[in-house]
Ligand binder design. Structure first.
Ligand code: SIN
Length: 497
């Protein structure tokens, strides 16, 4: 394992290499570990414990016990602890952003952006502040002898007070706080299964939450890789767990949803996308190119809301394609700690193989290579930012999410045609389009079968929005409407007046 000095932290005590159960930092009973690698250098960053079923059960039991007292704290008490947590995140922002770059690979400037996004889920993103606004309702009754009252209670209130959180590696920090902030604010306790590729950010956040006053057992972290199936099954099937919140791929989401059905557990799922990005002929082309760059290449193409299919109307196609390719050619791909780097590596070589498969398939089906198209040399997992033109609708990249730096351009003629193309997919997370025609803006925004639409913008992510999808992209909403996902509505009829 690399020494903690190799992390270059101002405060090395934020580097936690053990899992966290019931207020204690723990190793695996059998001593097993998971190696964590820096994707820019292929060097080992460190290890975390490989926990199994026994430790997962312990974590669930600890969260259940802690729920008895945490759920009884007032919203104001929880708000104050969350605001302390937020202040600590801000105090340590340099270390936390550096950690995101070390384990995920994204450039430091982008990691700082993720850190700010992550902290906003704890601060205002309707989370800490929303904790004190979990209002109920009084409903006038048709019966004179009754009064109807609706209250909201943390979801784990009855037997088993907590929720399980399973998060992805593409936002090592923000996907933890997006779920954890809402859960804590609502009065729930949590067991987190962070991604095995990027566990250190989750562990550092838990260290800070503990310093902020979150009591033992309220947050637990189970690090696992080889045992992930058994751990995931336990989280979904254990009757003590009242909710499962998952962000990740659609196939895994379907499997977890099936397992959670055994106990009719509530689930929140943010699964895969295959976002269309449409440029109409009345668009501001400079703005559309800038939007496509941020939308397609944020996180080197590794976000669920990244543009995956870029449809451009015929009369502006050539202009858009050449301007986009010019911008992509100016990217500086490299180690995210280098200040000149604009785009980092992919998370691992499996991700590279998928991008290459999509490029090769599109070329075999008649697409033209305008830029990039292959792996870059070096020990890290780097793929050249790629632009393909004249990609046919039946190419793999137009059918499934690439999750990599591949901009695939397809030409279209009419609004009707492109809406059909855009909606021809089983998933529907985000969709984007550029047009200056206000009638078209309304028409297309309403017609796209997605949970989130960006019109004349390539960036929609903010803590305050209802984040989530339709079709096979998921269930429920996080962020702006997130706290509701962690509360049960209870109706009380008051009689005997
Ligand atoms: C994701 O990729 O799952 C989340 C993206 C975002 O929050 O912007």
């Amino acid at each position: 394992m690399a020494s903690t000095a190799a992390f270059g932290f101002k405060e090395p005590s934020l580097i936690r290499t053990q899992a966290y159960i019931d207020g204690k930092w723990v190793d695996a009973k059998d001593g097993g570990v998971i190696k964590v690698t820096n994707p820019a250098t292929a060097e080992e960053l460190g290890t975390v414990p490989e926990l199994g079923l026994d430790e997962t059960k312990q974590a669930i039991a600890a969260a259940s016990e802690a729920f008895k007292t945490w759920s009884k704290t007032t919203p104001k008490q929880r708000h104050d602890i969350l605001m302390k947590f937020y202040a600590l995140m801000q105090e340590h922002q340099d270390d936390l952003a550096r950690l995101i770059t070390l384990e995920n690979g994204k450039p430091l400037a982008e990691a700082k952006g993720e850190h700010a996004y992550s902290a906003s889920f704890i601060e205002s993103g309707r989370v800490a502040e929303e904790a004190v606004r979990t209002y109920g309702e009084v409903i006038p009754s048709p019966f004179p002898q009754l009064r109807n009252v609706v209250i909201k209670q943390p979801i784990g209130m009855v037997l088993s007070p907590h929720r399980a959180i399973l998060t992805p590696w593409n936002f090592p920090s923000a996907m933890i706080t997006r779920k954890l902030g809402a859960a804590l604010a609502a009065g729930c306790t949590a067991v987190i299964k962070p991604p095995s590729e990027t566990p250190f950010s989750a562990l550092a956040l838990v260290e800070l939450a503990t310093r902020a006053g979150v009591p033992p057992g309220v947050i637990n972290v189970v690090t696992t890789q080889a045992n992930v199936s058994a751990v995931g099954r336990e989280m979904c099937e254990n009757t003590a767990v009242k909710k499962v919140s998952f962000t990740g791929s659609t196939p895994v989401a379907k499997m977890l949803y099936g397992l959670a059905a055994s106990t009719l557990k509530k689930v929140s799922i943010e699964a895969g996308g295959n976002a269309p990005f449409i440029v109409f002929d009345d668009a501001d082309i400079d703005a559309a190119v800038a939007g496509a760059i941020v939308c397609k290449f944020r996180g080197t193409g590794q976000t669920c809301v990244c543009a995956n299919r870029i449809y451009v109307q015929s009369s502006v196609y050539a202009d858009f394609a050449s301007r986009l390719a010019e911008k992509v050619a100016a990217f500086k791909v490299g180690n995210g700690l280098d200040e000149n780097t604009t785009h980092g590596p992919l998370i691992h070589d499996r991700a590279i193989e998928k991008v290459q498969r999509h490029v090769d398939d599109a070329l075999a089906k008649g697409a033209q290579l305008i830029h990039g198209g292959k792996r870059l040399p070096g020990p890290g997992s780097f793929f050249a930012p790629t632009v393909l033109s004249d990609v046919p609708p039946d190419a793999l990249v137009n059918k499934e999410e690439t999750f990599g730096p591949l901009a695939a351009l397809t030409r279209f003629e009419t609004e009707e045609e492109v809406i059909k193309l855009a909606n021809d997919t089983p998933v529907g997370l985000a969709g984007y389009f550029y047009s200056r025609d206000v009638g078209r803006v309304w028409r297309v925004a309403e017609a796209l079968e997605v949970g989130m639409v960006g019109t004349n913008t390539g960036l929609i992510s903010q803590a305050v929005i209802p984040f989530g999808g339709v079709k096979e992209s998921g269930l429920g909403r996080e962020g702006g409407h997130g706290i509701e996902e962690y509360m049960n509505v209870k109706f009380i009829a008051f009689g005997g007046l």
